[in-house]
Write a protein that binds this ligand. Structure first.
Ligand code: SF4
Ligand code: SF4
Length: 558
C-alpha cells in the first residue's frame, strides 16, 4: 500500500460527472466538412503540405512539424481540400488561425498505415514517429510528446500517468479508461521503453471506480501501479499529482524532469499506442458534451468537426442556453461561435445556462481575508498578486512568483469579494511576456549596433595598417636605390625600356635600307636577299629554292 501525501490548498466544487458518464462513448458520424487548424499544439504551427484541390486520404499528413517544438497535422478522413484560410478556432483569444478545410467524400479511405516495433526500433525513430503522428499532451497542455519524452542525460525515476481528471463536468478520460484500458497500457509501455523509469504510477481520482478497476485489470501483467487518489481539485495538476503520489515538490521555476519525474495523460498514452502499434496519427479524440444539453455524453469525433454538430448529437442545447464553455468551469473559456472545429485540446464543451451557472455578483474590494491564499495549491499569495497586477507593478508580481500560478481558479472560487483574480493574473502574465519580448528585441538591436561599430573600427584600423605598410615598403625601396646610386629605380626601369624600343626601331630602319639597295627578284616585287646560290651548294631542293620563300612578316614595333 503506497502512502499518499497531501498538497496544500485546493477546493471541492460540485463534480457533475454523472451527467455525461452514464452512457458509453458514441462514435460521431462523418461530417460533410472538416476544418482542421494547423496549430493544435504548443510551439510552431505545422506547415501546410497540401494545396486547394488536392484529394487527401484519411490519416494523410497535411501539415508537417516545422520546428523542434511542433507536431504534424493529418486529414481526419478522405476528401478534397477546398480551402486553406483563416478560420475561427476554439481559443481564449478568440483570434482566427490558419485552417485546412476538407470536403469529405464519405469513403473514409485510409492512407497506408505502417506499425513500428518500438521494442527494437531506435528510440529516436520512435520519437520521430510521435512527432509525425501529431502526438501531443491531451490533458489540456497539448505540448508535443516527443519533446516531453526526451529526457537527455536526466535519469527518470518515476513516470506518472495522469488519470485524475479533477475538473468538474469532464468525463472523457474516465470513459476512455473504462473502455480502452488495455490500449492505454500498451501506450504506457512505449513511454516506459523510451524513458526507462524505475517505477510507473497511474493516479486516478477515487470517484472513478470503474476506470480504476479497468486499469488495474489491464496492468495485471505489468509492474505499473494504479493508485486511487482522493477527490480534491486540482489533484490533476502536474505538480499536485507529483506531490500526492511521491511527496516531492517541484521547486519554483523548475520542470518536473529536474527532479527525475515525467507526467503524461492517459489519453496521450492511448494515442501513442495507435500511432506506434497501428500507424494511425491523431485524427480524432474523445470529447464530453454536457451541461444544458438534452443528452450529455462522450463522443469520439474527428478533429475538425464543427462543435455545433456535436451539440446536436447530444440532443441539442436547451432554449435557455446563454453560451458554451470549452474545458471545465474552473479553467475553461467562453465561446459563442459553434462553427469552430474540434481540436486536440478540446476535451469538453459545456452548454451554459443561468440555472446551471448562476452569474457571479459584481466584484467588490478585497477585504484581505486571505481565503485565496489558503486555497492556492501553489503556495502563492493571490491577494498580493492581484494588487500588483491591478497596479501594473509587474516586477513585484514576478517577484511573488506569478509564473508559478497554474490558473486553476481556486482563488476565484473562494473569493468572497468575487474578484476575477485569474483574469488579472492572465493579463499580468501577457503584459510581462510582451515587455520581455520588447526588452529582448531592444537588447538584440543594441548588440547589433555595437557589433557594427566594432566592425567599422576594426576595418579602419586594418586600412591604416595596410597604408602604413605600403609607405614603409616604398621608403625602404627608395633607401635601397639611393644606396645603389639610382635615384629612382622605377623611373630608371621605364627609361631603359624606352631606350630599348628606340634601338630596335633604328635597327629595323637600317635593315630596310639595306634591302632596298639589292637587285629586284624575277617577280619584280622583291629583291633577292642574297646573291644567287651556286650549283652544288644544294641551292635547289625538291624543285624549289628555299631562299626564294616570301619574307616573314615583321611583327616588331617600328
Ligand atoms: S479571497 Fe478575495 S477578498 Fe479575500 S484576500 Fe483574496 S482577493 Fe482579497
Ligand atoms: S489561480 Fe493561481 S493564484 Fe489562484 S489559486 Fe490557482 S495557482 Fe493559486
Amino acid at each position: 500500500m503506497r502512502t499518499l501525501h497531501k498538497f496544500q490548498g485546493g477546493v471541492h466544487p460540485p463534480e457533475h460527472k454523472t451527467e455525461s458518464s452514464r452512457l458509453p462513448i458514441a462514435a460521431a458520424p462523418l461530417p460533410k466538412r472538416l476544418i482542421v487548424p494547423l496549430r493544435q499544439h504548443i510551439g510552431t504551427p505545422a506547415t501546410t503540405i497540401v494545396k486547394v484541390g488536392d484529394h487527401v486520404l484519411k490519416g494523410q499528413m497535411i501539415g508537417a512539424a516545422d520546428d523542434l517544438i511542433s507536431a504534424a497535422i493529418h486529414a481526419p478522413t478522405s476528401g478534397t481540400v477546398s480551402a486553406i484560410e483563416m478560420h475561427a478556432v476554439p481559443h481564449p483569444s478568440s483570434l482566427p488561425d490558419l485552417c485546412v478545410t476538407i470536403e469529405t467524400d464519405g469513403e473514409d479511405r485510409w492512407v497506408e498505415r505502417q506499425p513500428l516495433d518500438y521494442r527494437t526500433a531506435d528510440p529516436d525513430a520512435v520519437r520521430t514517429r510521435l512527432r509525425d503522428a501529431g502526438i501531443v499532451g491531451l490533458g489540456g497542455a497539448v505540448f508535443p510528446t516527443h519533446i516531453k519524452l526526451s529526457p537527455g542525460q536526466q535519469k527518470i525515476k518515476t513516470l506518472i500517468l495522469n488519470g485524475a481528471e479533477c475538473e468538474p463536468w469532464i468525463t472523457s478520460d474516465d470513459l476512455l479508461m473504462r473502455e480502452r484500458a488495455a490500449e492505454i497500457v500498451e501506450g504506457i509501455k512505449i513511454m516506459a521503453q523510451l524513458m526507462q523509469p524505475e517505477e510507473v504510477l497511474i493516479g486516478i481520482e477515487d470517484d472513478k471506480p470503474e476506470a480504476i478497476a479497468a486499469m488495474q485489470a489491464a496492468c495485471r501483467s505489468t509492474n505499473f501501479k494504479v493508485i486511487a487518489i482522493p477527490v480534491r481539485y486540482p489533484s490533476g495538476g502536474e505538480k499536485q499529482l507529483i506531490k500526492l503520489l511521491t511527496g516531492k515538490e517541484v521547486p519554483s521555476g523548475q520542470r518536473t524532469i529536474n527532479i527525475g519525474i515525467t507526467c503524461s495523460n492517459t489519453g496521450t498514452a492511448y494515442t501513442m499506442h495507435r500511432a506506434v502499434n497501428h500507424g494511425e496519427p491523431v485524427i480524432s479524440r474523445i470529447v464530453t458534451v454536457t451541461g444544458n444539453v438534452a443528452r450529455p455524453q462522450n463522443f469520439e469525433a474527428l478533429l475538425g468537426t464543427p462543435l455545433g454538430e456535436l451539440v446536436q448529437l447530444a440532443g441539442g442545447a436547451r432554449p435557455d442556453t446563454s453560451h458554451y464553455l470549452i474545458g471545465g468551469p474552473m479553467m475553461g473559456f467562453g465561446l459563442n461561435n459553434l462553427e469552430v472545429p474540434l481540436t486536440k485540446a478540446t476535451n469538453c464543451m459545456i452548454a451554459v445556462s443561468p440555472t446551471l451557472f448562476p452569474p457571479k455578483p459584481a466584484a467588490m474590494p478585497c477585504i484581505r481575508c486571505t481565503q485565496c491564499a489558503q486555497a492556492c495549491p501553489c503556495n502563492l499569495q493571490p491577494q498580493e498578486l492581484f494588487w500588483f497586477s491591478q497596479s501594473r507593478n509587474f516586477d513585484k508580481a514576478r517577484a511573488y512568483n506569478l509564473f508559478d500560478c497554474i490558473e486553476c481558479g481556486c482563488c476565484d472560487y473562494v473569493c468572497p469579494s468575487h474578484i476575477p483574480l485569474v483574469s488579472y493574473f492572465r493579463y499580468a502574465k501577457s503584459e510581462i511576456a510582451t515587455q520581455d519580448q520588447e526588452k529582448m528585441a531592444a537588447e538584440l538591436s543594441k548588440q547589433r549596433f555595437e557589433f557594427k561599430q566594432l566592425r567599422e573600427e576594426r576595418e579602419k584600423a586594418e586600412k591604416a595598417a595596410r597604408m602604413a605598410e605600403k609607405a614603409a615598403a616604398a621608403a625602404a625601396a627608395k633607401a635601397a636605390a639611393a644606396a645603389s646610386g639610382v635615384e629612382d629605380p622605377v623611373a630608371a626601369a621605364k627609361q631603359a625600356a624606352i631606350q630599348a624600343a628606340v634601338e630596335r626601331a633604328k635597327a629595323k630602319k637600317a635593315e630596310a635600307a639595306a634591302q632596298a639597295a639589292l637587285p629586284l627578284s624575277p617577280t619584280g616585287s622583291q629583291p633577292f636577299p642574297n646573291p644567287l646560290p651556286q650549283a652544288g651548294e644544294g641551292a635547289m631542293e625538291n624543285g624549289a629554292c628555299s631562299d626564294l620563300a616570301a619574307p616573314e612578316n615583321n611583327t616588331e614595333p617600328s
